[in-house]
Design a protein around this ligand. Sequence first.
Ligand SMILES: NC(=O)c1ccc[n+]([C@@H]2O[C@H](COP(=O)([O-])OP(=O)(O)OC[C@H]3O[C@@H](n4cnc5c(N)ncnc54)[C@H](O)[C@@H]3O)[C@@H](O)[C@H]2O)c1
Length: 466
Amino acid sequence: MRIAVIGTGYLGAVHAVGMAAIGHDVVGADIDPAKIASLAGGRAPFFEPGFPEILATTLESGRLRFTTSLADAATGADVVFICVGTPQVPGSDRADMRFVDAVVEEIGIHLGASALVVGKSTVPVGTAARVQARLNTLRAGMPSVEVAWNPEFLREGFAVEDTLRPDRIVVGAATERSIAVLEQLYAPLLQQQIPFIRTDLATAELVKAAANSFLATKISFINAMAEVCETVGADVTTLAYALGHDKRIGSLFLRSGVGFGGGCLGKDIRAFRARGTELGAGPALAFLGEVDEINMRRRRRTVELAAQMLGGSVAGSRITVLGAAFKPNSDDVRDSPALWVARALHEAGAQVTVHDPEAIDNAKAVAPQLHYRADLLAAIDGAELLVHLTEWDDYRRLEPAVVADLVAHTRILDARNALPVEKWLAGGWQVEALGRSLSGGSPESTNWDTTEVESIIEQSEGVQYA
Ligand SMILES: NC(=O)c1ccc[n+]([C@@H]2O[C@H](COP(=O)([O-])OP(=O)(O)OC[C@H]3O[C@@H](n4cnc5c(N)ncnc54)[C@H](O)[C@@H]3O)[C@@H](O)[C@H]2O)c1
């Protein structure tokens, strides 16, 4: 089939190569000429494991090309995917629909009579119906085209895998014909027994909002438990471990830490709540405000704990922040808890040096006031406190004894509960972590094997974030 993918960011670029990989002829379009030049030249414009390789093979196959002309992409396409951003409107909780709307205006009259427009962007419920109405108006006197919604659930860091082997494909459509087109499009995936869930437009839109709300709630739930643990001197990692054994609860997304961030969860729960309020369902989604608040409190608590470790104030202290990306295996710094904390420490007068294996360029663009070091050991050199904020493997592999020779003071704050803290404590370090009392008590007070926790962390890598 001939496919157009409009918007080639983290979602669209991976979707475009994924569709070419399963045999379709794909044109990716974006208004960002640098991004298009990079993709057309076989260079990934962002860090995503496995993406450069699949970009190269699909470009070589001749089934994939890129353009800055939306009209060119839409003309002759059987299916046009809308994959543009839906960020938060500044100063409001609502989703900014300008980009989706601009695409509709631009492609409207270029679509062929049998084209199907399929939204993948995460949107407020009712958007698909609104897009359908607008296309009907734009195409007055021309054959009408149908709109379907096919929300995307990929996780950055696992985007290629999730595109080619999703947990499920959800398709909302108004007609059997639209469903049939998407069934044909995804046939190579459906052969792998991937569930194909067909529904109406509004339900499809809501599945995405509900999925992200659930994930955010699970993270904030365990982070609320961390707050309680801090109050009574209990240990949230043991609590989460014990909870996770209950099959009705499960251990995934139950790692307490500095909370969620990135380009999706935060803005999606806010937009969902705002849309619910507009539609008269505000009370049903009011709890998402608390989920958001718990999440933001963890960031503030991290800054507070850093100050406590430094004797009450971070002012004038040299702090090395380990991680800038919102999650490991990504260079995405949108609403990154790591950068939020780094900036707050800087604001409070600390001399902050940030390290990240992949996200330094993006971080510099949004937080130029911070110091950055690409070399991990150089970043650590002379630090009075290390704050672990993004759980890259590089940090888990650090040897406390080696690091001790570099720092000015052996203090580390694990804001992700992902470091082997026993090793750091055994090396004579002062260690603090969110939701635990490591300085007062000792992890020996637990009777479970901490290597087991390490393995749970490994297993839940990447499922911790949307
Ligand atoms: N990133 C994820 O992990 C993820 C996962 C699931 C769903 N989503 C959703 O997918 C959507 C896109 O997210 P993203 O992370 O890829 O965003 P992004 O910012 O990385 O990419 C958006 C792209 O759209 C382009 N664009 C904007 N206006 C355009 C226009 N008029 N025509 C063509 N291109 C245009 C931008 O230049 C940019 O390249 C959002 O709704 C997001 O919530 C993202």
